[in-house]
Design a protein around this ligand. Structure first.
Ligand SMILES: C[S@@+](CC[C@H](N)C(=O)[O-])C[C@H]1O[C@@H](n2cnc3c(N)ncnc32)[C@H](O)[C@@H]1O
Length: 282
């Protein structure tokens, strides 16, 4: 009976507004009216999981004390987690140059810290780790650490496991695939899978983190990858993020954004533009 009602339940304007407001408040996601059909289809499984008949009941639930824990499922269902290995490959050329410059100081006892902020399923931090390890055979002995965070605990869990079906391995050159992955047992659909090798994963710490909330990290980073994340935020939210990212960078550090993201104007936030979508603190 509930299943019948659920199948025909559409997302009414009041429920859309309530969900959009909560998503904005908790995660910065802005949901335009044209996303209503997408939201409806992504949230139907939450209604089913909770045994709720329609969207107004779901909204009453998320607004109640009992429904606070549902907020993370809601955000998880609404975030877009598309990513791939070596996305926007020019950023990895810049990273390679940065690491080459830093090698002497690293070998003399220095450290290198990189943050993948909005790491999704983990292709980004693993691409960073492969770029580092490819630079020198002694890399694993140096003080390198990559922090990989995302608001969605489901993708963080996936990223931490580091196992990818073959269709997600596009972008990893054959030599890197052979060097940094092992063939893993097939997934449930019978597709071959690849597991990141321990030496790659050893460089990365994975943690859930909402960029809109306080950040627990105490030390600064040499590079921050915050790519294809702020595109879902409005300008006001973006403008609150730039100074915080600036503060987390060493003065000779670098911030990478996605191809359609911009800091405008960069000087207003203490940055200057380097390579495309690459920013340096002034
Ligand atoms: C499209 S993916 C980008 C993944 C990767 N950075 C890349 O460029 O391929 C965007 C990621 O941002 C995360 N995200 C969205 N809002 C966030 C927030 N407020 N705090 C942290 N992560 C967030 C989403 O969960 C999603 O995994």
């Amino acid at each position: 009976m509930i299943a019948d009602r659920l199948a025909s339940s559409t997302l009414d304007p009041d429920s859309f507004r309530a969900i959009a407001e909560l998503a904005y408040r908790e995660s910065g996601l802005t949901l335009a009216d044209k996303k209503a059909t997408m939201i409806q289809s992504r949230l139907r499984h939450r209604l089913r999981a909770l045994g709720l008949p329609d969207f107004p009941s779901y909204c009453r639930f998320i607004q109640s004390d009992r429904g606070q824990d549902e907020h993370r499922h809601l955000i998880s269902a609404l975030t877009t987690n598309v990513s791939h290995f070596f996305r926007e490959s020019h950023h990895f050329d810049t990273l390679r140059d940065l690491v080459a410059q830093r090698l002497p100081s690293l070998r003399a006892g220095g450290s290198l810290r990189i943050w993948s902020a909005g790491c999704s399923n983990g292709q980004e931090p693993l691409s960073i780790a492969m770029t580092l390890l490819d630079q020198a055979p002694d890399m694993h002995k140096l003080d390198l650490r990559i922090l990989a965070t995302d608001i969605d605990p489901n993708v963080v869990r996936f990223a931490r496991a580091g196992i990818y079906p073959e269709r997600l391995m596009n972008g990893v050159p054959d030599a890197m695939r052979a060097r940094y992955f092992t063939v893993h047992q097939d997934d449930k659909a019978g597709e071959p899978c690849f597991a990141a090798r321990p030496e790659l994963k050893a460089l990365i710490r994975y943690n859930p983190l909402n960029l809109l909330k306080p950040w627990p990290m105490k030390s600064r980073f040499d590079a921050i990858f915050c790519r294809n994340v702020v595109i879902y935020f409005d300008l006001e939210t973006q403008c609150t993020l730039w100074p915080r990212l600036h503060q987390m960078l060493h003065k000779n550090g670098v911030l990478f954004l996605g191809h359609s993201e911009r800091i405008a104007p960069p000087e207003a936030f203490g940055f200057r533009v380097g390579e495309p979508t690459t920013y340096h603190p002034n």
